[in-house]
Design a protein around this ligand. Sequence first.
Ligand code: BGC
Length: 269
Amino acid sequence: MENALTGQIAIVTGASSGIGAGVAKALAAAGATVVVNHPVPATRDAAESVLAEIRSAGGSGTTCLCDVSKEPEVQKMFADVIAQYGTVDILINNAGLQRDAPFQDMTLEQWNYVLGVNLTGQFLCAREAIREFLRRGVVPSRSKAAGKIICMSSVHEVIPWAGHANYAASKGGIMLMMKSIAQEFAPKKIRINSIAPGAIKTPINHSAWDTPAAEAKLLELIPYGRVGVVEDIGKAAVWLASDDSDYVVGTTLFVDGGMTLYPGFSTNG
Ligand code: BGC
């Protein structure tokens, strides 16, 4: 799928690290011009180094500072990208974070922060993308679709997660937001889907795999016997963004090594 996205413009939110960085590089390798979004001035260097890697591999793009939970910043990001490149074809709604706490101790700030970035951020970015897709419509030389949105969800859109109620609620919310807008805009040839990663080696879950003991414990949850890497998600994102998945609408693609297969039941129940 080397040229699957040639000539298309992709915004990847939260692309200065982790899954977002991996997806940005994969889309660029597939020919897309990639906007490497990052949230705060302190993440600029990390975003620039993702862009530098993209360029040294022969790809193209730019970086863009924008906190996805802030409406004026999201509107400015889309306006700037459209002014620079003419349109947007692909939104990877990826920015997300965790602020874990036992439920009885969870502060309203922790709750609002996670919901604000993970769910409201996806709403704000999807809305701007859809406005542009509706304006432009289908241009057959670009893609069969008028636009594609990929929401980065998680296995925790279906697996409850004690100690992470804010995060799991945000991912459950993403699931039905994604399906609702997929239903609403399919007639306009806008394709909206989610990817639900399992445990992928990134900074967000560093403590779950950074020692052999931690990794062995994590592997009890993964029937396929390895922790995922960002390239696993990058390949899925390229496919979901390309016309190869043109008939895939409103679905969640689990990329999780079998984490959602109730592995505890393989020796019990
Ligand atoms: C979380 C990770 C976790 C994984 C599997 C992801 O959505 O961000 O911290 O390792 O789900 O539980």
